[in-house]
Design a protein around this ligand. Sequence first.
Ligand code: F6P
Length: 323
Amino acid sequence: MDNTIKHIGVFTSGGDSPGMNAALYAIAKTAEANGIKVSGFRKGYEGLIDGDLVQLRSYKLQKLTQKGGTILKTARSKRFMELDGRKKALQTLNANKIDALIAVGGDGTFKGLLAFSEICDIPFIGIPGTIDNDISGTDYTLGFDSAVNTAIENIDKIRDTAESHNRVFIVEVMGRDSGYIGIHSGLTVGADAILIPESGKDFINLLKKVKNYNSEDAFLIVVSEGDEIGAELVSSKIKEVNPNVDLRITKLGHIQRGGNPSALDRMLGIRLGVEAVKSLLQSKKNVMVGILNNQLHLTPFSEVVKQHQVNKELHELLELFGT
Ligand code: F6P
């Protein structure tokens, strides 16, 4: 066991995601059990640069596992992309005698840590926190399950009104470059078509299907925001092939990022938070903790920045149900 770690710094970075607070709670709890102090930097890398930190105590975080967002706040820091920003962050770590750093965030956060490791030698551990589920080295990222649940709750509501009017509805869900939210929400609401960035055939199939649509029921299309065609173009192409349709577009947007984390995300936050501290105590560095096949798993940062691919099984489901 590594006894040299006395003070861990932690921050959340990139887009917030439900479950981040549960991870912070677990980090504080595990550190305290090992006599280690934990400080939280506010607003992601910005707090590291500005020396904006606060001590985290598990008794204060305990009741916050149910809360969405991140109590540490978050940011996408442009300053940290510059060497000058990273040098300032290093000064903050030295001035506060931080022996190790845990970051909760997405691929941009881990790219930041990789760059930082060139000038900073303390161990870094990452926890995958993003609703997009687009990170290699883990089956699920923190917040994905909650975001999908929020999406399906809202799409179910849209279906009620769509059926009442026999309308075509295009619902755009989040996922900057990734179709995970699109596939999971589209399949589970029984969408008539699902368009994701990872699939090339889906749009052609949709146009064939909607051409014969006779306005006797609702027609639900779920589109990932990262899809190269996009909701507006899909809408105009549909109107070209079937001018009679009554069509609406709804973009669910940031509603998917908020809300109380699901049970799965709370549990994931707790498991990954505990494992992050344990990994530091086992002298691990520059790795992300994740869950693969329901087992805790460590992956080097250089590998996690590759996009988590939609696997063959999901593609087959998409072919069968999605178009
Ligand atoms: O955090 C991931 C994500 O929600 C993506 O799905 C989306 O494209 C992006 O963040 C939105 O970012 P912002 O909140 O900065 O507009």
